[in-house]
Design a protein around this ligand. Structure first.
Ligand code: PLP
Length: 479
């Protein structure tokens, strides 16, 4: 259950209660919001909440509403009192001793604010502003044998992982999320929710690792898979079957930056009762797949979320916390491909600057794309921000910016492309993307046998350097 709340006028509250099997997560509170976190003092069979510390809120005793057992040491309950005393609009329900609060009068926080605060809490024990990293793999059990603080064993759940999942689901506007040790592990978990005989529709220009996963592992697992160009809506319609369970969309795609019309594909796929997944790795913040009909969003958080090429991770956010998502959740902790607490911490830290970085990546990429589009040694530039790009109109409609990734085809093919990559000084020849430093990569040789990347194609991950320097570097390398 996720409540992202802002209260009109003067303050806001973000409270999230996780339910994971027998575990109930600790509560996360976004720093600038007037929320009271209290300890529960058990008085006889009764319970009181004490230590409210912000005057806009009062702590209320919920003991009349539902039984709370002694064992629950932490609870939260906040009721807002506006100065005018008009807006007592909090609704609250107790779930196993943890209270979730939602407010009728809500409005959405802006994305930059959400990115900075979602998932972050002031450490109640120390007041630490930066979230502590909880390296402990195991957590104390109560004398009664329960885990009232919500954590038992780090493979099942961990405070840093929970904070990251909460933060990303809030950012994407979903109800929940499950974090993994890599984007590929997240994709793997998603496909593992399916049963032999189920049919998957995947974008032909999806990330090579994902298509390889489907071809080399899940065909043997018994999934039936079709790769189609999802920018062609009639191809999507024709490829759907009665057993289609999942459509895997990726836009902009890798490495040709093809644009899939998310809303149109989702409508077609939903008509047949299948789910839509969007790999949004290349366009976090600037593309909102849940608003466009996706049911699930995947990110390789190795890329823009982490933002500094120093952490591997993946996450699946779900619009609705339904049975399908519960299967992903159980694969997460039973399969164990979970991220370390430090990795979660790094990704959540990266998320704080994500909106601003995406803006700068996009602005730089637009300048570089314009430069390359004019260059006599360049055949083709694949960037959805260019009006010449076949997906430009759809991209302009479904993205707020065009992102930091682009690719271009060097005249004279593979050798010429390799030589350009070899001559760059600021761009680093390396795979991956989404970091502050610009990278250049010859995709066909990285992807190897079966690649569909043109031999003359170079992919650029545009970083946060000054665009003029990047252009100068490419100019001298192209010669
Ligand atoms: N999805 C996309 C679009 C990617 O570009 C990548 C990696 O490059 C992945 C998924 C896989 O992520 P990871 O490398 O974290 O496993």
């Amino acid at each position: 259950m996720l409540d992202a709340i802002t209260l009109e006028g003067f303050c806001a509250a973000v409270i999230h209660v996780d339910r994971q099997g027998h575990c109930h997560g600790a509560l996360g509170i976004c720093r600038p919001f007037a929320v009271v976190l209290v300890d529960v003092q058990v008085v006889g069979d009764d319970q009181e909440l004490v230590a409210g510390h912000l005057e806009n809120f009062v702590v209320v005793n919920r003991h009349g509403n539902a039984p709370i057992e002694r064992k629950y040491r932490l609870a939260i309950c906040a009721r807002q009192i506006e100065p005018s005393n008009r807006n007592h609009c909090a609704r609250s329900t107790i779930t196993f001793g943890i209270l979730s609060v939602s407010f009728h009068k809500s409005m959405k926080m802006k994305i930059e604010t959400l990115a900075v605060h979602a998932g972050h809490t002031i450490d109640p024990a120390t007041g630490a502003v930066a979230t502590p990293i909880h390296l402990s793999t195991t957590f104390e059990r109560d004398v009664e044998g329960t885990y009232s603080r919500g954590f038992m064993y780090t493979r099942n759940n961990n405070p840093n992982r929970q904070a990251l999942e909460r933060g990303v689901s809030m950012l994407e506007g979903g109800e929940t999320a499950a974090a993994f040790g890599s984007g590929t592990a997240a994709a793997m978990a998603l496909f593992q929710t399916l049963a032999p005989g189920d049919h998957v529709l995947a974008h032909v220009d999806a990330y090579y690792g994902t298509t390889r996963l489907l071809r080399e592992i899940f065909l043997r697992w018994g999934l039936d898979v079709n790769f189609i160009d999802m920018s062609d809506l009639s191809a999507v319609k024709n490829a759907l079957r009665p057993k289609t369970k999942l459509a895997w969309m990726e836009t902009p795609s890798n490495p040709l930056l093809k644009i899939v019309d998310l809303a149109a594909v989702a409508e077609i796929v939903h008509e047949k009762g299948a789910l839509c997944v969007c790999d949004n790795t290349w366009a976090p913040i600037i593309q909102r797949p849940f608003d466009l009909g996706a049911d699930l969003i995947l990110h390789s958080t190795t890329k823009y979320f982490g933002g500094h090429c120093d952490v591997l991770g993946g996450i699946i956010a779900a619009k609705v916390e339904n049975d399908f998502f519960q299967r992903i959740r159980s694969i997460q902790y039973e399969g164990g491909a979970v991220p370390s607490p430090f990795d979660c911490w790094l990704v959540l830290r990266g998320m704080r600057t994500l909106p601003w970085r995406m803006r700068a990546h996009s602005e730089n990429a637009m300048k570089v794309a314009n430069f390359l589009a004019q260059h006599r040694k360049v055949n083709d530039v694949h960037y959805p921000g260019l009006s010449s790009h076949p997906g430009h109109e759809i991209a302009a409609h479904q993205m707020s910016m065009f992102g930091g990734m682009l690719s271009f085809e060097v005249r004279n093919g593979r050798d010429a492309a390799m030589s350009v990559a070899a001559k760059t000084n600021i761009f680093t020849r390396a795979t991956s993307l989404g970091g502050v430093e610009s990278l250049i990569e010859h995709r066909a040789s990285i992807e190897g046998a079966g690649t569909t990347s043109p031999e003359g194609l170079l992919r650029l991950s545009i970083g946060l350097e000054n665009a003029d320097d990047l252009i100068e570097d490419l100019d001298q390398a192209l010669g």
